[in-house]
Ligand binder design. Structure first.
Ligand code: COA
Length: 260
């Protein structure tokens, strides 16, 4: 597929996806939504890709939904509106449930859907001074399809404040409320991202995918309700080839065969 809105680089086990519409601060329109979703979906079947890094070209990570595109929706039927909104929801879900871990490299600004994309990623790291905000209410709209990911990360208390005021905030606050995992000087951003990537490459690829499902399944549930599921998960995984290799490597004091 020829990509108009993205740039994709492969470096060994790492795929770097760059949102590439810098003239509008990587605001996403229908084409970008489709390209990003398809690219992430295709990566599931590319075995050599173990970690995905998502970043933005130009001055900002992403200014969220293209407001020209959103505004034009007034001329569409309800069915068309639902279809476009569903496509956007599917994009965030594809990021969230990607079996390959997604590290977000965030700089400049991550606003509205851009901040939602950050929330859907596994390990977002941002440059100090990056502007975040759920600005939708200020535009008379809603952070609707991103809300499950955002509320899961920042909790109801911060969501009530930030969704209702639409105010902008910077990386240190984003880190305090759990939207991102680290806030570092811009010159250290790539090194910090690469360190996260290196740590991820030490974990078994199947174990990572299963850990993501595990978190989704147990979050916000009663222990009694998930105990059987957790028992089955460990019973199933420890007999797999990957787990046997991981434990054997530890006992033999060597690296497992998936570590580059
Ligand atoms: N949708 C469509 N166009 C957008 C956009 C968006 N979400 N965000 C920025 N742009 C466009 C601007 O209209 C401008 O276009 P122009 O060059 O034709 O005037 C261009 O991108 C550059 O934006 P500008 O504001 O001049 O850049 P900046 O670097 O000073 O600031 C932002 C960048 C992201 C901080 C600022 O553009 C912004 O606040 N955007 C709105 C983000 C927002 O609230 N998104 C929520 C969407 S749900």
């Amino acid at each position: 597929m020829t990509l108009e809105r993205l740039e994709v680089q492969y470096e060994g086990p790492v795929a770097r996806i760059w949102l590439n519409r810098p003239e509008v601060r990587n605001a996403f329109d229908g084409l970008m939504v489709t390209e990003l979703r398809t690219t992430l979906f295709d990566m599931r079947t590319i075995d050599k890709v173990r970690v995905i890094v998502l970043g933005g070209r130009g001055a900002a990570f992403s200014a969220g939904a293209d407001l020209g595109w959103m505004k034009a929706m007034a001329g569409f039927s309800r069915e068309e509106n639902l279809r476009e909104a569903q496509a956007l929801a599917d994009l965030f879900f594809t990021v969230y449930e990607s079996p390959k871990p997604v590290v977000a490299r965030v700089h400049g600004a991550a606003l509205g859907g851009g901040a939602g994309l950050v929330a859907a990623c596994d390990i977002p790291v941002a440059a100090l001074g990056t502007q975040f905000g759920f600005t939708e209410a200020r535009l008379g709209i809603l952070p609707a399809v991103i809300s499950p990911y955002v509320v899961a990360k920042i909790g109801e208390s911060a969501a009530r404040e930030l969704f209702l005021t639409g105010e902008r905030f910077e990386s240190v606050r984003a880190c305090e409320i759990g939207l991102i995992r680290a806030a570092v000087p811009e010159e250290d951003l790539d090194q910090t991202v690469n360190r996260r990537v290196d740590e991820l490459l030490k974990s078994g690829p199947r174990a990572i995918a299963e850990a993501k499902s595990l978190i989704r399944e147990v979050a916000w549930r009663r222990v009694e309700d998930v105990q059987r599921y957790t028992v089955e998960r460990i019973a199933d995984i420890r007999v797999t080839e990957e787990a046997q290799e991981g434990m054997r490597a530890f006992l033999e004091k060597r690296k497992p065969n998936w570590v580059p």
